[in-house]
Design a protein around this ligand. Structure first.
Ligand SMILES: O=c1ccn([C@@H]2O[C@H](COP(=O)(O)OP(=O)(O)O[C@H]3OC[C@H](O)[C@H](O)[C@H]3O)[C@@H](O)[C@H]2O)c(=O)[nH]1
Ligand SMILES: [Mn+2]
Length: 383
């Protein structure tokens, strides 16, 4: 009904985790969607630097001093000077769901007065706009003319089942207007619980026009047995179902590799989801990524990963977890053993990474004792 204020979906069950080395003015543009939710800000780099957070947001902020104080020696598993640090926010959260977003990601923006039509896959969109304080206009319309709410789309993705066991050629059968196609086994139509919702981004410079045109404006389940390149910039997951697997690895300062944080977490998460019969979805919501980082600096951080992944990916494709592993933690510890045994021949780094995977689980279980409702009081800069 017009004028009736509705409570945002999962308002008290979802935390927004933001890794940052910048001021968080970008939150201003997300205010209509993010303000009702609690934010966990993981400040990377120099802890003495002041991070400005726009007024009116409910947040806790953790810098490196806080991480070291809270985890003690176990802080060794949390990366420094890499967006991988964001996983500390997953660990300290007490909520069932997490949404993580980079601080240079927006709903599509444009200057006042412009309107824009663009290709978002199979159809041309008339994108409506509305104004926010900073003089930018947020593109806010989807093909049906409804306001795009990226967080709401992730929540819908997570609350609907996934179909990893048999591919539905009409993509996500649970979406409005979609369904199971003829020939889809009725025994599989219940689907499995969705653990991960992997959003994409609008401005993909390396897509040619025909590819851009046929790109599905859709949500689909990644089939069982298939791994994928997970990006952490627009990602949501069910923390109760898969949280302990979302370790973004040991990257950045002092490490031979960086910026493979989300890839590593995605490979580990997918093999564990497959083993535990959990679903991973990819596609909508799309957001606008303004790509604030330097490609030359990035290449320096990534180049070992570009070589190593030619061996890492066959390793993950060959992973078979023992049936005795019935919890995420048990799966993850088994995976750590396999990493140490099978990847250390690539580089001694993988021995260290495998050890920190174990440290991560120990720290996770210390901060999130099973079944203990008394959330351990962690004094970030609570607001
Ligand atoms: O040392 C750092 C560098 C950055 N951050 C924060 O992480 C977010 C991503 O950083 P940025 O936008 O500068 O890098 P991108 O190349 O666009 O990011 C992609 O590649 C790296 C990651 O996998 C990331 O998820 C990808 O989107 C941003 O919020 C920075 O403030 C940091 O915490 N520490
Ligand atoms: Mn970026």
């Amino acid at each position: 009904m017009a004028g009736v204020k509705t409570t945002p979906l999962l308002k008290d069950e979802l935390d927004i985790v933001i890794p940052t080395i910048r001021n968080l003015d970008f939150l201003e543009m997300w205010r209509p969607f993010f303000q009702p939710y609690h934010q966990i800000i993981v400040q990377d780099g120099d802890p003495s630097k002041k991070i400005n957070v726009p007024e009116g947001f409910d947040y806790e902020l953790y810098n490196r001093n806080d991480i070291n104080r809270i985890l003690g020696p176990k802080a060794s598993c949390i990366s420094f000077k890499d967006s991988a640090c964001r996983c500390f926010g997953y660990m300290v959260s007490k909520k069932k769901y997490i949404y993580t977003i980079d601080d240079d990601c927006f709903l599509d923006i444009m200057k006042i007065g412009e309107t824009k039509s663009g290709f978002l896959g199979c159809g041309k969109l008339d994108l409506g706009v509305f104004e926010v304080d900073l003089g930018f206009k947020l593109v806010a319309k989807d093909p049906s003319g409804k306001d795009i709410n990226a967080l709401e789309q992730h929540i819908t993705n997570l609350l609907c089942p996934s179909t990893p066991l048999f591919f539905n050629t009409l993509y996500d059968p649970y979406r409005d207007g979609a369904d199971f196609v003829r020939g889809y086994p009725f025994s599989l139509r219940e689907g499995v619980p969705t653990a991960v919702s992997h959003g994409l981004w609008l401005n993909i410079p390396d897509y040619d026009a025909p590819t851009q045109l046929v790109k599905p404006h859709a949500v689909l389940t990644i089939p069982k047995g298939t791994i994928f390149p997970m990006c952490g910039m627009n990602l949501a997951f069910n923390r109760d179902l898969i949280g302990p697997a979302m370790y973004f690895g040991l990257m950045g300062d002092g490490q031979p590799i960086g910026r493979y944080d989300d890839m590593w977490a995605g490979w580990c998460t997918k093999v564990i989801c497959d083993h535990l019969n959990l679903g991973v979805k990819t596609g909508l919501p799309y957001i606008w990524h303004s790509k604030a980082s330097n490609p030359f600096v990035n290449l320096k951080k990534e180049y070992k990963g570009i070589y190593w992944q030619e061996d890492i990916i066959p390793f993950f494709q060959s992973v078979v977890l023992p049936k005795e592993c019935t919890t995420v933690q048990q799966c993850y510890l088994e995976l750590a053993k396999m990493v140490k045994a099978k990847l250390s021949s690539i580089d001694p780094y993988f021995t260290k990474l495998a050890d920190e995977m174990v440290t991560w689980i120990e720290a996770w279980d210390e901060l999130n004792p099973p079944g203990d409702g008394s959330a351990k009081i962690l004094s970030g800069v609570a607001k």
